[in-house]
Write a protein that binds this ligand. Sequence first.
Ligand SMILES: [Zn+2]
Length: 232
Amino acid sequence: MDQTKQEEDYGYDLFPERKPRTKKLTLAQSLFTFNHKCQVMLNFAMETSPYAKLLLSAMKNSGCQAFKDRHFSCEDCDGTVSGGFDAASSQIVLCQNNVHQQAHMNRVVTHELIHAFDHCRAKVDWFNNYRHLACSEIRAANLSGDCSFTNELTRFNFGLKEHHQECVRGRALRSILAVRKISREEAEKIVDEVFDSCFNDHAPFGRIPHSRKEAKFANRDYANRDRYYANL
Ligand SMILES: [Zn+2]
């Protein structure tokens, strides 16, 4: 090592925190922080959200146990997307740059787990059959709490009893249009064709969990159902 190089180093290699900060380092650090925060919130969702817990046990019982390290990935995403399910790799993507609150994380994890559950239990043709995609989007919007009263309340959309259905329909439409290049008319037609049967398919919840409390009850019922089968 030549003398100049050695002098320039000033031994900072031993104390990385004391290195003069560059723009690049700051960016890397902020990414690390986002990623770390995303992992922490994901852990918390998997361990405490009754929605996520029920879906995770249902997947395990269907032979598709989801592992945090293998089936979830915190990444930066474009635009305002919060998450996605990559059917090709069976991975749930969580958008670390767009999800900053625990309640939001819980909903995204739940929404994507419903897609993962559908992927596991049925032979879903995500890429060629738009009705399959539409059905899973309807179920995800209906059962994840995306359209629950408090979420709608904060969006100033409360009022009608049928509003839940309208919210589910609208969200399913937006999700399809975000990922597939089809016209709005075409998407509306497909959603309306499958709406009733998919809206009424509440598996694995058994009912629409409109609140955390209802999801807790559903989770307890599910666990008991499980125990009953286990004793047969
Ligand atoms: Zn979705």
